[in-house]
Design a protein around this ligand. Structure first.
Ligand SMILES: [Zn+2]
Length: 317
C-alpha cells in the first residue's frame, strides 16, 4: 500500500512538473489525451537516427515512435537488446535503411513472431554507389559491396522519407491526408536544402575533403566533391603509418586546410594528420546518431546538414 501511495505521489509530482513547465491548460489537456491514446497509435520502430527523424517528420504526434539505436551511439557496431526485440514484437511498422547499414536487422527479422509487422527498407530502389563503409579489415567480409550512406544526399534522403511515408500511410490509411501533407512540407524543405548545397558549394575552388570514414559518397556525387577517408583504421587504434603518410601527401598536394572528424568517434587520427600539415580539424556529421544535447537543443536532419554545409564552406574556400 505504502509503495503504491509513494508511486502515485511521485507520479503526481512528475505530472505537476511536466504540466507546470510553461504549458498552458490547453497543452496539459493535449498531453493527457495523447497519453490515453498511446495504445491506439500506430507503433513505429526505426533502426537509427535518420530513419527516426524522417518517420517523425511524417508521423508527428499521430504515431508512437521508438528509435532502437540509443542517442550518442555509433550504429555500425550496434546489436539489439532483448528490450529492442520486445518492441519489434509489438510494433506495427519497422523502418531501417538497409543496403548493409544494419546487418542485425536482416538477421532478426526472420526470427520475429510479429505477423502484423510491416517492414520498410528505406534505401530500396535508390541507385546505390559501390564502396564499403567499414572501418576495420575484419568487418569487410560480411558487408555488402554497396555504400549504405544514402541519407547524406538530401535528394536521396527525400526518397527515403517518401518510402517511409508510403509505408506509414499503408499501415494507417485513416490519417493519410495528414501524412501526405507532412511529406509535402518536408519534401519542399529537402529541395531547398539541396539548392543551398548547390549554390554554396559550386563556386568554391577546392573540392577535396578528408573524412573519418567513407560516409559522404552520395553527398560528394551530388555536389562535385571528392572524399578521401581515413578508413582501415578503427576509431581508437593507433594510426597506420603508411595510410597516414598517404593522406598527408594527398592533403599537401591538394592544399587541404581542414581534416574532418565525427562526434561519435575519437578525433585522435584526424588531429594527428592535421597537426602534421598545419591544418585544422572540424566536425562533419554523418548523421549516424545525434547525442542527447543535440536532441534536446532541437537539432534534426535539416539543421545538422546545414552545419555540415557551413563546415564544408569554411574548409573548401
Ligand atoms: Zn557509416
Amino acid at each position: 500500500m505504502k509503495k503504491i501511495w509513494k508511486c502515485g505521489l511521485i507520479g503526481m509530482l512528475v505530472f505537476g512538473l511536466l504540466t507546470g513547465c510553461g504549458s498552458s491548460p490547453k497543452n496539459a489537456a493535449e498531453n493527457g489525451e495523447s497519453q490515453d491514446a498511446a495504445g491506439q497509435k500506430l507503433f513505429v520502430c526505426t533502426s537509427f537516427y535518420p530513419m527516426y527523424d524522417f518517420a517523425k517528420k511524417i508521423g508527428g504526434d499521430q504515431i508512437r515512435l521508438v528509435n532502437l539505436v540509443p542517442s550518442g551511439t555509433e550504429p555500425h557496431d550496434w546489436e539489439p537488446s532483448p528490450q529492442d526485440l520486445a518492441n519489434l514484437e509489438k510494433a506495427d511498422v519497422f523502418i531501417y535503411n538497409g543496403s548493409g547499414m544494419e546487418p542485425w536487422a536482416e538477421k532478426i527479422l526472420g526470427a520475429l513472431q510479429n505477423e502484423k509487422l510491416a517492414v520498410v527498407e528505406a534505401s530500396q530502389g535508390i541507385n546505390l554507389l559501390e564502396g564499403n563503409h567499414t572501418r576495420t579489415e575484419e568487418e569487410v567480409e560480411d558487408e555488402t559491396p554497396y555504400d549504405p550512406h544514402v541519407w547524406l544526399s538530401p535528394m536521396k534522403a527525400k526518397a527515403e522519407m517518401k518510402a517511409i511515408k508510403e509505408a506509414i500511410v499503408q499501415a494507417d490509411p485513416e490519417n493519410k491526408a495528414m501524412y501526405e501533407a507532412n511529406y509535402q512540407t518536408y519534401a519542399a524543405k529537402f529541395d531547398a536544402l539541396d539548392q543551398e548545397f548547390k549554390d554554396t558549394l559550386s563556386p568554391l575552388p577546392n573540392k577535396n575533403i578528408i573524412v573519418a570514414h567513407q560516409a559522404f559518397g552520395y553527398l560528394c556525387a551530388d555536389y562535385g566533391l571528392k572524399q578521401v577517408a581515413i578508413e582501415g583504421l578503427s576509431a581508437d587504434a593507433e594510426p597506420d603509418p603508411a595510410r597516414m603518410a598517404e593522406i598527408i601527401d594527398f592533403a599537401k598536394a591538394n592544399s587541404v586546410k581542414v581534416i574532418f572528424f565525427e562526434e561519435l568517434v575519437s578525433p585522435k587520427v584526424a588531429e594527428s594528420i592535421a597537426s602534421a600539415i598545419g591544418a585544422k580539424t572540424a566536425v562533419l556529421n554523418p548523421l549516424e546518431g545525434l547525442n542527447d544535447q543535440q536532441l534536446q537543443a532541437g537539432s534534426d536532419y535539416l539543421s545538422v546538414m546545414r552545419e555540415n554545409l557551413q563546415a564544408l564552406k569554411t574548409a573548401l574556400q
